[in-house]
Design a protein around this ligand. Structure first.
Ligand SMILES: *Cc1c(COP(=O)(O)O)cnc(C)c1O
Length: 215
């Protein structure tokens, strides 16, 4: 049962860690069951699916967009998301800025890093991060609030932990060096069904869990 799964996960994680229930691929009924169980942070990865659920479930949930975001679809998300986790380029920041400006709405986002350097994943590479951070002061309608990354595709927990440790270090460094007006680092989004325990041990404050809730 969805509510049992949620209660089990919640009992395992510290209070300051936000549980985002990844409701992608799930029906409206099952997504509603998450809300009924008291979890209001929902993660969606396809714009079309998100819009259908948003239409029905409205603004009561905090909607997290976690999938790869195409520039031509940004306009559909403006004003509807709590956080876009998957911002992976300056070009995408530019489009969110432009669309936000049109509507007078500020969008909060996370920068997605591809620390494991996996071709199958999107995300900013470590050597590109500096130039992205330097571009941030010019944006008025898109605000970076933290970082997101996925653990590497492996069963090797040490490898997974290594990536999370690295992400936490980068997060702390940016948090220390940046001024709050430009960049207010609040969220470190790391950890999914198979690796959220490790992620929390290494400093995650936002986990994105799908399968463990819905199976
Ligand atoms: C699907 C997905 C999740 C949830 O994954 P589970 O393994 O089902 O917990 C988390 N984050 C992102 C970016 C995803 O695409």
């Amino acid at each position: 049962m969805i509510s049992d799964n949620i209660n089990r996960i919640k009992s395992e994680i510290p209070e300051q860690v936000t549980l985002v229930a990844v409701s992608k691929y799930q029906s409206v009924e099952d997504t509603q069951a998450v809300l009924d169980a008291g979890v209001y942070d929902l993660g969606e990865s396809k714009v079309q699916d998100f819009l259908i659920k948003h239409e029905i479930l409205g603004d009561r949930p905090r909607w997290h967009f976690i999938g790869h975001l195409q520039k031509n679809k940004v306009k559909y998300l403006i004003g509807k998301t709590f956080l876009i986790h998957s911002v992976d380029s300056i070009e995408l920041l530019d489009v969110i800025e432009r669309e936000g400006k049109k509507q007078g709405i500020v969008t909060d986002v996370l920068l997605q890093l591809n620390l494991a350097r996996e071709d199958s994943k999107s995300g900013i590479l470590i050597e590109e991060l500096g130039i992205v951070l330097e571009s941030l002061p010019k944006y008025q309608f898109v605000k970076v609030k933290g970082l997101m990354a996925m653990g590497p595709l492996t069963q090797n927990n040490d490898k997974i932990r290594e990536i999370f440790v690295e992400l936490k270090k980068i997060y702390d460094r940016i948090k220390e060096e940046s001024m709050d007006e430009v960049l207010e680092m609040n969220y470190l989004s790391m950890g999914m069904t198979d690796d959220y325990t490790i992620a929390i041990e290494e400093g995650s404050n936002m986990i994105r869990v799908g399968r463990k809730i819905f199976s």
